[in-house]
Ligand binder design. Structure first.
Ligand code: ATR
Length: 288
């Protein structure tokens, strides 16, 4: 066991996920399977923490000797105030979803964006360099993905959003990181025609259960050479993906993003390679 475990002695490793609400989370099942598959003695529990208790909860993580926690809605932004060090990517993205506790020193990371990109590369597009990518939406989820995507040196990234101004602000903020531009949904047809899009990524919640028939963009704009990806994994095949598939596009869903954001967290906490397939199987089974 590596230096990163120092101080834990023979005690089981403690992990959890902080959020409100927290009953629906699949992280405890996924990480419990990961710990078992890796032969590590540890426990991962859901921790229901309200906004006004967040500061105390983080102090509790240190006091109780938790090795790490995930942070989910609604605390990903606020929690940044309570950690000692924030990883550069998390700082730029403006959200933390993973905390590592090194003997009382808390470091905050964002594994959502890198998790999604690892999933996209493993499962659909091994090399993103030079690709033309259309991202629908520019909220919290999109920020993580776009930041991680820009590290892969894509040819261009076009961010399309219902509120055009928000997409423009994001494109301006990260103009130094790569070729990024913005458009409104009304300009989408023109943007797709002009930019020879290779990959479409839906980062909005449009099409998520229970609104399963909804589409985040007109699918007439899709052509068979495109890879179409949706961050949603409930349902596994959204209406967007279903239509894209019938057009002949390669499709990619959000299940891998969830698995790989957890995988990165597991690797930061334990220093071990995450048992991806064991993790994926548990999440898949919980969805059926
Ligand atoms: P998340 O953290 O899941 O990304 P968010 O930060 O609230 O959530 O961002 C939601 C994104 O989805 C935004 O880009 C939002 O567009 P606006 O900026 O115009 O609000 C987009 N979105 C949400 N619901 C939408 C809908 N019904 N149609 C189009 N876009 C939608």
């Amino acid at each position: 066991m590596g230096n990163e475990m120092k101080g834990q002695g023979e005690l089981p490793l403690l992990f959890g996920v902080i959020g409100d609400p927290i009953t629906q989370t699949k992280s405890p099942a996924m990480h419990t399977a990961a710990l078992q598959a890796s032969d590590l003695a540890g426990t991962y529990v859901p921790l229901h923490v309200k906004k006004e208790q967040l500061a105390d909860a983080i102090k509790g993580i240190v006091a109780l000797g938790y090795r790490g926690v995930n942070v989910t809605v609604p605390h990903k932004v606020d929690v940044m105030r309570y950690v000692d060090v924030i990883d550069e990517a998390a700082k730029q993205i403006g959200a933390v979803n993973t905390i590592v506790n090194d003997n009382g020193m808390l470091t905050g990371y964002n594994t959502d964006g890198i998790g999604y990109i690892r999933s996209l590369k493993e499962e659909a597009v091994p090399d993103l360099s030079g690709k033309h990518v259309l991202v629908i939406g520019c909220g919290g989820a999109a920020r993580g993905i776009i930041y991680a995507l820009l590290q892969e040196k894509p040819g261009k990234v076009i961010v399309a959003n219902r509120t055009r101004q928000k997409a423009q602000e994001l494109a301006d903020e990260w103009a130094h990181l790569g070729a990024i531009s913005a458009c409104g949904m009304g300009e989408l047809a023109q943007a797709v025609q002009k930019n020879d899009i290779d990959i479409v990524i839906n980062t909005t919640s449009v099409g998520m259960y229970p609104n399963v028939g909804e589409l985040p963009m007109p699918t007439e704009l899709l052509t068979p050479h495109m890879v179409v990806s949706d961050l949603i994994y409930n349902p596994l095949k959204t209406e967007l993906l279903s239509r894209a598939e019938s057009i002949g596009c390669r499709i990619h869903n959000g299940l891998g993003m969830f698995v790989y954001q957890g995988a990165y967290a597991f690797e930061y906490w334990t220093g071990r390679p995450a048992p991806i397939e064991a993790m994926r199987t548990v999440v898949l089974n919980s969805l059926q």
